[in-house]
Write a protein that binds this ligand. Structure first.
Ligand SMILES: [Cu+2]
Length: 182
């Protein structure tokens, strides 16, 4: 019984070592936040976004974060947004690969620069600067399902959220502590 539990604990600890490295939280505009006067194409350049990463928009009153279609992004058309938020701090989990488009829904702000396009690659996709290594074999993902080579399998369940992993870690650690004390 005890040895079995210890084995589970070890497996969970190993799992915890891999998963957190997959997710990155990006603060849009860094210290400038989500505001007029920031060039977001400059901000995205050089960054590589992957499924499981998150965007955090920080802004004052009078702005919104709207996810929109490519055409609405290009034409700064408001009113057809796929999602909208005006809470002042908007966290967008990047759940699918492809390009995601965000604008401020206040009339005129998108045209003044509050527009952001983020291209999201697969979770294991690596460096855009082709310095020789085409792609590192990412054999570290502990998923047991077979990966399909199609580009439509974007619903990767590994590493999309950290909180269950953290909870498992806490549970595993407390279990380990109890076992060590007895
Ligand atoms: Cu705005």
């Amino acid at each position: 019984m005890a040895s079995f539990n210890a084995g589970v604990v070890c497996a969970l600890l190993v799992l915890c070592m891999f998963v957190p490295s997959l997710a990155t939280v990006y603060t849009v505009g860094d210290t400038s936040g989500w505001a007029i006067g920031t060039d977001y194409s400059t901000w995205t350049s050089g960054k590589t976004f992957a499924v499981g990463d998150s965007l955090v928009f920080n802004y004052g009153g009078g702005h919104t974060v709207d996810e929109v279609s490519a055409s609405d992004y290009n034409s700064c058309t408001v009113g057809n947004s796929l999602s909208t938020d005006s809470s002042g701090t908007t966290t967008i989990p990047l759940k699918t690969a492809g390009t995601h488009y965000f604008i401020c829904g206040v009339v005129g702000h998108c045209g003044s620069g509050m527009k952001l396009a983020v291209t999201v690659g697969k979770a294991s996709e690596t460096a855009p600067s082709g310095t020789g290594t085409p792609s590192t074999p990412a054999g570290s993902t502990p998923t047991t399902t077979t990966t399909t080579p199609t580009t439509t399998s974007t619903h990767s369940s590994s590493g999309t959220t950290l909180s269950p992993i953290v909870a498992l870690f806490v549970m595993a650690w407390s279990t380990f502590s109890v076992l060590a004390l007895t």
